[in-house]
Design a protein around this ligand. Sequence first.
Ligand code: IMP
Length: 202
Amino acid sequence: MHRRFADPKLVIASHNPGKVREIGDLLAPFSVEAVSAGALGLPEPEETGSTFEANAELKAHAAARASGLPSLADDSGLCVVALDGAPGIYSARWAGPTKDFALAMRKVEDGLAGKSDRRAHFVAVLSLAWPDGHVETFRGEVHGTLAWPPRGTRGFGYDPIFVPTGSDLTFGEFDPAAKHAVSHRAVAFARLIAACFAADGT
Ligand code: IMP
């Protein structure tokens, strides 16, 4: 039995502007005021978990505790089949302290040198935690292949090298609404909405 979300306000437990924007877009049809952890000045907890689920729950719990409000966290990343799932939960860290994703994408490409298998998938795990410690967690994935060189200036992170199955464009070239129709985050979000939000979108 899932807990229903019935509050007027929600914290987006992320300091990543790309994620905050996408989660804000996804929440737009629902009558909930979304405020980001960054805007509230909440600290960024250390991601010590060894799975996407553990890290999403840790971030959601930390924000819910600190704010006293239900909090929605996303832990996500790019999993490359020929790299045994790397960078995976370390996707943000591959970009280093300056968040240099040109460098991170280059590291992925260097790792693929001489390999013909260019399959990869994005994973997003969304956790909604309440201040009383209850948490609901949902996973979404989108599968595709990796392009080189990077293409497109939309999206964020590894989007310019990811081509979802069935498309010729990278996520970096996708219109944001088209990305929302198929992305790992949108799939996880649809599962969260189905489980925790009323069917009429309120
Ligand atoms: P974390 O969940 O804060 O650990 O960071 C996940 C990292 O995965 C982000 O900083 C991006 O590098 C990458 N990532 C997650 N979702 C996406 C996406 O939709 N497009 C591109 N990169 C993504």
